[in-house]
Design a protein around this ligand. Structure first.
Ligand code: FEO
Length: 167
């Protein structure tokens, strides 16, 4: 049984993951408008991943006999100064999400909820990958400078892979 505090925090993270999807979809629209379809593809795949992250929280709350309660999702920004500025935002956002996951891990310890602590380990590892991949693309975008289209093919090759169903 989840404590009320833990349930509320997990529901909050579900919404935060859906906001991430919304943010990356907004970035996809920005790149589509800028005629960079490969960049837009990368963001769409990222948005799909975020929906799966949100659904992991949904399923987990449900499995623990909790109640999923969805709050409002903020509107995302719609414009960035440059492709590099968008990827700087991705990295800053992922660092923020890492902090949110860290807060949930801390709460799980305080609530003596080992099952939730174990569930959250997947996200602890995922955030290492999320930050690493955002840093790697940002580096390439900065290197490409005024010619972001040189990277468009590479980013266009990204394919959505659903995470393992076990967690
Ligand atoms: Fe759901 Fe980008 O972490």
């Amino acid at each position: 049984m989840l404590s009320d505090k833990m349930q509320e925090a997990l529901n909050g993270q579900l919404v935060a993951e859906l906001y991430s999807a919304y943010l990356y979809l907004s970035m996809a629209a920005y790149f589509d408008a800028a005629d960079l379809p490969g960049f837009a593809n990368w963001m769409r795949v990222q948005a799909q991943e975020e929906v799966t992250h949100g659904m992991k929280f949904y399923s987990y709350v449900y499995e623990r006999n909790g109640r999923v309660v969805l709050g409002p999702i903020d509107g995302p920004p719609t414009d960035w100064d440059s492709p590099a500025a968008a990827f700087e935002h991705v990295l800053a956002h992922e660092r923020k999400v890492t902090g949110l996951i860290g807060g949930l891990v801390k709460l799980a310890v305080e609530e003596k909820d080992q099952a939730t602590g174990y569930f959250l380990q997947w996200f602890v590892e995922e955030q290492v990958e999320e930050e690493e991949s955002a840093e790697a693309v940002l580096r390439k975008v900065v290197e490409a400078g005024a010619e972001p289209s040189a990277l468009d093919g590479e980013l266009g090759a990204r394919v959505f892979k659903p995470p393992a169903a076990s967690s």
